[in-house]
Design a protein around this ligand. Structure first.
Ligand SMILES: C[S@@+](CC[C@H](N)C(=O)[O-])C[C@H]1O[C@@H](n2cnc3c(N)ncnc32)[C@H](O)[C@@H]1O
Length: 221
C-alpha cells in the first residue's frame, strides 16, 4: 500500500490536468448541491403552490425594513407580514408597538429561524410565526399588512387584498409596487423603495375607474 502524505497526494492532484470528464463531474456535483439546497432548504412547503405563485426567499435589507416602518408611522393595532421569511419585519413591528404582530410563511426552516431570532431577541411568545399559505389566510380583520413578494404574484394579491381587507387597512409593499394600485406615500429609493396604499382610497379609485368605463361604453353605444 502507498503511504503518501496528504500533502503529496494534494500536490499530485494539483499537477494532474482535470480534463473534460473531470469538468463534467464538477459541474454535475455543483448542480446537485445547488438543487439540494434549493429543494431542501429554500423551497420546502411549496409543493402544493402553483409554480407561478412561488416566491423565493430574499430577506429585506435594513433600509427596506426602515422604510416600511416609516410608512407605518402613526398606525396602531395588529400587523401581518405575508411571506415573513426569517421574521425581521414582524419582529421590528413588534418592537414599534404593533400587537399582535404575525408572520405567515410556508417554508418550515424559515419559520423555525424566525422563532429562534425572536427568542434570541427576548420577544419569544410576543410575536407569532405561522406556517401557512398566505393565499389561504383570512385577512378580513387585518389593519396593517406588509408584503415583500415578486411582481408575478402582486396582481393576484391585489384582488385578494381588495376583496378582504377592511376599509381602514394600510398595505405596505416593498421592492415592487402593486401594478394597478395608486400609492398614497412612497418612501426610499431604488431597490429599498416601499409603497403604502390606503385600502379605502384604492376602493374609491376602482369604483371611479369602473364608473368612467361604464360612461364611456354608454356614450359609444
Ligand atoms: C422575498 S421573501 C420576503 C421575506 C420577508 N418578508 C422579508 O422581507 O425579509 C418572500 C417570502 O415569502 C414566502 N412565501 C412565498 N409564497 C408564500 C406562500 N404562498 N405562503 C407563505 N409564504 C410564502 C417565501 O418563502 C419567502 O420567505
Amino acid at each position: 500500500m502507498d503511504d503518501d502524505t496528504p500533502d503529496e497526494v494534494f500536490a499530485e492532484l494539483k499537477s494532474r490536468p482535470i480534463g473534460g470528464w473531470g469538468v463534467a463531474q464538477i459541474a454535475a456535483g455543483t448542480g446537485l448541491a445547488v438543487y439540494a439546497m434549493w429543494a431542501g432548504i429554500l423551497q420546502p412547503g411549496f409543493r402544493k403552490v402553483p409554480l407561478k405563485l412561488q416566491v423565493p426567499y430574499i430577506p429585506a435589507s435594513r433600509a427596506q425594513v426602515q422604510n416600511v416602518m416609516t410608512l407605518l408611522r402613526g398606525r396602531q393595532g395588529g400587523l401581518v407580514d405575508l411571506g415573513s421569511g426569517d421574521g425581521r419585519i414582524v419582529l421590528e413591528a413588534h418592537r414599534r408597538g404593533f400587537s399582535p404582530a404575525v408572520g405567515y410563511e410556508l417554508n418550515p426552516w424559515l419559520v423555525r429561524l424566525a422563532r429562534f431570532y425572536a427568542w434570541r431577541a427576548g420577544h419569544h411568545g410576543k410575536v407569532s410565526y405561522r406556517r401557512e399559505d398566505l393565499w389561504k389566510v383570512d385577512l378580513t380583520k387585518c389593519k396593517n399588512i406588509t408584503v415583500f413578494l415578486a411582481p408575478s404574484v402582486l396582481s393576484l394579491l391585489q384582488e385578494k387584498l381588495e376583496a378582504e381587507l377592511p376599509d381602514d387597512a394600510l398595505v405596505v409593499a416593498g421592492r415592487f409596487p402593486f401594478p394597478d394600485w395608486k400609492p398614497c406615500i412612497i418612501e426610499g429609493h431604488g431597490v429599498d423603495r416601499a409603497w403604502a396604499y390606503s385600502v379605502q382610497a384604492q376602493r374609491q379609485h376602482t369604483v371611479n375607474k369602473n364608473n368612467n368605463l361604464t360612461t364611456t361604453e354608454s356614450l359609444l353605444q
